[in-house]
Each structure stands twice: as C-alpha cells, then as structure tokens.
Write a new protein. Sequence first.
Length: 169
Amino acid sequence: MALGEQDTWMTVADGKAAWSGNISAVYPAFTSAWNNWNNNGIGYVTQIVLGTNGNYFIKGLHTTSSRLNQDIIDYVKPGNLHAVEVCALGRSGAYVMQLPGRKVWDLKGHYGSLHQNLERGGRIRIAALSLTHDHFVVVYEDGSAYIKAPEVQMASWKEWITKHFGSSW
C-alpha cells in the first residue's frame, strides 16, 4: 500500500488495484503511468511509492515508471532505476533508496534521528521503509526496526513488524 499527499492511497493485492478517488487530481503523472502500465500488460507490481509534489515510483518485475526530483535521478541514473530495491519519498523531496550494496538518502533536514539510524544500519539491508509527513518506520533484514510515529499507531506498527519480520522490542 502507498500513502500519499491529501489522503491519497493506492494498493495492489491479489492482482487487483484500488485507489483513492482523488489520486488523479493529486498525482496526474502517476495516474497516466498507471493506466499505461495496465493497458500494456507490463505485469506484476513489486513496489508503489507516492511522494510529495506529484512524485512517485512504480517498480515491476521488468520495468519501472517514476517522476522523481532531479537530484535523485542524477544520483541513481535513469537506466539504473530498476536496480532500486527499496524506495521511500518524503516531505520536501526527501528520499531514501536502497540499491544493491548501498543505501542513498537525503532527508532534506527532516526526520530527526533517521539519518543516524541509517548510518548505524551500515551494510544491513532494509526490508521495509516508509516516510510520511513527519513520521517514519524502517525495518532491517536482521529484524531490527526504528520508528517515529504517533503513540496511537506505535503498538499496531510494532505488532505488525514483529509478526512479519520477527522483531523484538
């Protein structure tokens, strides 16, 4: 599931897609890419990310589609976007991406101590990552996790992460 600006969302499960009614107004380039994706039978989607300012990232088994800030494109290189294993887009153009053997990020001064946590994570691969306006969650493949979220969400996030990644608190 991808959560975006202005309460937009999109999810794909069991070969079926669903999305918020306002997604085409907030993410017109995404909507066009998604329609092209489906009309051309591009296939299985492995990742959908909705960012700020209409930015997005869609990855399938054999192709990608994106609208990204130029600094991301310059760093990752357009031909290498399919190598992106994990992508998170946040406020003010902030991003975190994991590619084979490396993590790259520019948090644009947001998300407090996430920068230090990503550095401490070193060579440990990211299993799951999400950035929202003021909050984040990162889960590493060793089961360790780091969360900044409203207290009301914390318990349910910890329960879900423990169930799916074996994390302990």
